[in-house]
Design a protein around this ligand. Sequence first.
Ligand code: ADP
Ligand code: ZN
Length: 571
Amino acid sequence: AITDSNAAAEAALGVLHATFGYDQFRGQQGAIVDHVATGGDALVLMPTGGGKSLCYQVPAIVRQRAGRGVTLVISPLIALMHDQVGALDEVGVPAAFLNSTQDWSQTEEIERQLLAGQLTLLYAAPERVATPRFLGLLDSLHAHGQLSLFAIDEAHCVSQWGHDFRPEYRQLTVLHERWADVPRIALTATADATTRADIVERLQLQDAAQFVSSFDRPNIRYTIVEKRDPTRQLLQFIEREHEGEAGIVYCQSRKRVEELAQTLCDHGIDALPYHAGLDAALRQKHQDRFLREDGLVMCATIAFGMGIDKPDVRFVAHIDMPKNIEGYYQETGRAGRDGDAADAWMAYGLQDVVNQRRMIDESPAGEDFKAVMRGKLDALLALAEATDCRRARLLGYFGETMASRDGADNAMDSVAGRADGSRAEGQNGLKSVPHPYCGNCDNCLHPPDTWDATDAARKLLSTVYRVQQASSISFGAGHIMDIVRGKASDKVAQYGHEQLSTWGIGSAYSEAQLRGVLRQLIAIGALHVDAQAFNTLQLLDAARPILKGEQSVRLREMRAAPKRERVRQGR
Ligand code: ADP
Ligand code: ZN
């Protein structure tokens, strides 16, 4: 077996050089190719642009030459199949695809080539695989020992925890059940621990070797800003940093997509809308223009982007918060595939948090599902609120520890001498430099001033508790803040809330400050926003250590608030 695998490794390297013209395998490619070429099952997690295609294309060629027949590649996207087959054609590898765009005679011709052993790779959509006709084709290939390998691309589509669930992927278990002796390789560019476990279970890959590459995209600079006037903030970002460059702006709704595309055009930025509600021909046209022309900005819902390989996208912006970190990572990953500097920019605010919570609460899904979704949203909120390195957080989410970059040690030195341990509002110009340090995210480059919001958090939480006790119903964020700040209102009078012991105890804080604290408390799961009950706030378990003074809360200092209304405590 050892000589076998040596021979396979040699053959693989030969294919890499001769067919693809590359000097060496990248990252884990070599190990994956050797494993799969010799008949092992594999689950491959590799970021976009990492080189997943070669992981099955090289084994497909090696195995075909060894007389084992054709590799079947399952891919969810017609455009992607098209590109891949075209690229293989250029390097002289016989490949074809079967999909719904072809007429009967084209289909028949490909089936003929397939059965005649003329193809090295065949691409097909998942829904095609489960058809009786296709299963029959695979049966006859298998009967002749000509079914070499199954490659399942975009494997996260099998998981409802993933960001692009496709029910047809569930049917792919047939591959394993019907032809258990044919090796399988499943590949994805995104998968947190939950999704990964789900892929393994759904596709029965328990015995497959897992190859997990680093998900770091060092050329992408991550920036997350607080939403004030998001359209204006976006315009500034594009005009200052990406004038005339290609980018994608993700929006939550179709309506917003169209409005924003118009607004950008009004400001002289070449922008196009893209969402699933647009006519298919127009959508295609906009996509083609984006791919071909220079410097277009695509305003889009998440319907846009999967499988789109445009190397010089210089920025990806989220004007509304995505659902979770996987979505964020996947979408931002479309920037800078050429390796040159690129930006991932996001604006988020309290309303995003409330909206996303509401969407989860109101979805018809089961409670288990909702709990997972809430957990994922919380992780994203924690990323948004983080005062330390975004990249470290992002990679941490995928189970990866970031190696600190140069400069981290120096940077740490300057933190040591914080004058006043209790509160550091940046008044001494001392800033806390994040550790670990990537040097290419907003928090590393411009360490945010932070303030100790523990006191404000406790005042808010105990007010939520007391109004609940006093009135046996819950109240929303606005009312809670009014009580803490001692601001009279009809509602306050109606419920007699000026009698509460927490009335006015936080009058030194601005509304904006308290809003920031509330957002963080929601983000860390100390408070729950109940969408079924007028967005009222309820205490959760995580509030307890804060109330008891066992846990402190540090918040980023808000820069340049719209009105200079903040009151510094103790001055
Ligand atoms: P993914 O599917 O993981 O997003 P691709 O398979 O499309 O990535 O590969 C991304 C780019 O990297 C392609 O242009 C590909 O030709 C190139 N590439 C992949 N592997 C290598 C390698 N070993 N050496 C040089 N270039 C490579
Ligand atoms: Zn960083």
